[in-house]
Design a protein. Structure first.
Ligand code: TRP
Length: 345
């Protein structure tokens, strides 16, 4: 395996509004990684169209998600922020990986089965090869660290398998190109957000999701203070007082979710939160949580509104990020083509 310099890559789909689960499960982690590593954060618009997207809504969602990245605290000067379709290396390497990955590997992907549902004959071919494109996203930059949610673990394992098979299949050619230790690194998933699983406010056993029909189930990053407070007040609970210790959260998904969210927003441990609220009714935790959530999230919402008013500024961030992304990927893709045996001018 290549001893590569650490480089972080991650991506989010521009579909629907971002919510508290995206913020605590992904963004907080991305921002932390960006402090200490070279980092590349992509708006994966090519992944989005694996299921039908209305062009006008997609166009808006790409800008909205970019604005959310920036509003949450990613610095577009420090991190490379761009949309996937502006950097052709993703599609080019994706094709090569379509020829490296095996049908049997993709057949095992649980997310395809979930998304395609019963009628898989009618799913797009793109949805099926989605994980190959995801591997290309990461490996076009020879990225080593990939902060993702638990649900992406299997796709990351596939990316590692693709990297390894490429390194083995093209072993001799890779050595000839001057790489003694294989060409692609094994990208590491980093599943360590402060709250990797933020659950629905209406059902503590289901993930907070942009596709949940009930808007009360999630806190959107664009919600105003009153909406945030109302959703927390209405959040599902159970009849008992809050436990004083962590084992008491077992089989109490709503208590676990609300204390987990509080801890993540506060930057404290769940132990500490239970030390404060244990033995008390839910209402005291909910009041404090509403204040905390409003304090943490309303500056983000305000910044998103400000950015939404200036799409030219967002487009300039994406143009600059795309140029920087192209510059990193170009020499890597040139070597890949050489290794595969393509003639280049
Ligand atoms: N599949 C990821 C998701 O739905 C998004 C994604 C696409 C991604 N390409 C990526 C994440 C590369 C990490 C790295 O969440």
């Amino acid at each position: 395996m290549t001893k590569a310099t650490p480089r972080v890559f991650s991506g989010m789909q521009p579909t629907g509004n971002l919510h508290l689960g995206n913020y605590l499960g992904a963004m907080v982690n991305w921002i932390a990684m960006a402090q200490s590593h070279e980092s590349i954060y992509c708006v994966v618009d090519m992944h989005a169209i694996t299921v039908w997207q209305d062009p006008r809504e997609l166009h808006k969602a790409i800008r909205d998600v970019t604005a959310a990245y920036v509003a949450c605290g990613l610095d577009p000067k420090k991190s490379v922020i761009f949309n996937q379709s502006q950097v052709s290396a993703h599609a080019e390497l994706g094709w090569i990986f379509n020829c490296v990955a095996r049908l049997g590997w993709l057949d095992r992907m649980t997310q395809f089965k979930e998304k395609a549902g019963k009628d898989k004959e009618r799913a797009s071919v793109g949805l099926y090869v989605y994980p190959n494109l995801m591997a290309a996203d990461i490996l076009a930059y020879r990225a080593t660290h990939v902060p993702v949610g638990e649900d992406q673990k299997q796709h990351l394992e596939l990316a590692r398998d693709i990297a390894q098979k490429f390194n083995i299949d093209y072993q001799d050619s890779i050595a000839e190109a001057g790489y003694a230790q294989g060409f692609f690194p094994q990208p590491e998933p980093m599943i360590t957000g402060p709250a990797t699983r933020v659950m629905s406010l209406r059902d503590g056993t289901k993930k907070m999701s942009k596709s949940d029909p009930s808007d009360l189930s999630r806190i959107n990053l664009t919600d105003d203070a009153d909406t945030i407070a109302r959703k927390i007040r209405k959040a599902k609970t159970d009849p008992d007082a809050l436990p004083s210790e962590v084992p008491g959260l077992k089989d109490r998904p709503e208590a676990a979710n609300l204390t987990g969210i509080f801890a993540a927003l506060e930057g404290a441990t769940v132990e500490k939160v239970l030390g404060q609220f244990g033995g008390q009714p839910y209402s005291s935790l909910k009041n404090a949580l509403a204040d905390l959530a409003v304090a943490r999230l309303s500056p983000i919402a305000a910044e998103m509104t400000r950015l939404a008013a200036d799409p030219g500024h967002i487009d300039a961030i994406l143009a600059d990020g795309s140029a920087r992304a192209r510059a990193i990927a170009a020499p890597i893709l040139k070597d890949v083509k050489k290794i595969v045996g393509f003639v280049q001018s």
